[in-house]
Design a protein around this ligand. Sequence first.
Ligand code: SF4
Ligand code: SF4
Length: 291
Amino acid sequence: MNFSILGVFLGNKCNLECDHCIPRSSISEKGKLSSEEIAKIIEAVEKYKIPMISFTGGEPLLFYRNEIDKIISSLKGELPKIRITTNGTFLKQSNWKDYIPRNVTEIRLSYDTFHMSNLHTSDLMKLLEFCRLSGLGFYIEYILTNPTEMKVITEFPVELRNHIKFDLALRCGRAKDKNKYYNPKHFSIERLRGKCPSIAEGYLLYYQGRGFAICCNNLSETEFVPKESKYFETTSELLQSELYQFLSGISEFSDLALKFDRLEGADSMKCNFCETLLKRRLNNSNEKINA
Ligand code: SF4
Ligand code: SF4
């Protein structure tokens, strides 16, 4: 099995509480990776020779620094690339450079209209410059809930604009609760040609307190796929699971489509469409979705 990235969800403690947050992170959250979980993560990286670990949260640099350090320092042989996603508020500290762990190779700064009040573009510029001088990859992940939010970046320095990757807020987690997801007016037929990005891009995920999973978004929350079919103690159990076998057998979303009535604009979003089709499949076939 060739995995390209192991995404490690460290926990959902965060100093912010954004309306579009998929894992519903907040300052009151508790829970960290245990030593056993760290050992499993290390084993998976070494067993599958996974070339990149991507740490997310919550806010990794403020609350999960020890766990990141432990994982990196325990890896043997050539280190994989290490990406960290951060909300960047550590840049407000005078010793902000100390917050960046050794051996990190890429920083993904989560910055958009929800995060803007916490950082100034001058903070972003200093991080960009640091990454440039240290040879680290850097990009800004800018989540949109509607197209007009793109206007804000016209005021950014050009160097920053060149490092922005846009993504669309999914109808999931707090974004769903607060109605802060990207909601196209009409369903886009193009969506039928898509496929599960996790499977297509070789993602393996580890969720703190839950286990290994293949699905990074919607299905993590849905109740129609039971928890024991979504999270696994070991990578072998995951790969042998009905859900994994089922998802990897789908070449495009149209394979799942039974009827195309009642599709909404928000179903044009990759994972939302997957959720709608799986739910519909369950309703039509009346079978329990272990897959
Ligand atoms: S900074 Fe990120 S993890 Fe924290 S609440 Fe906002 S979206 Fe969620
Ligand atoms: S919701 Fe569907 S498309 Fe999205 S990651 Fe999960 S299985 Fe893949």
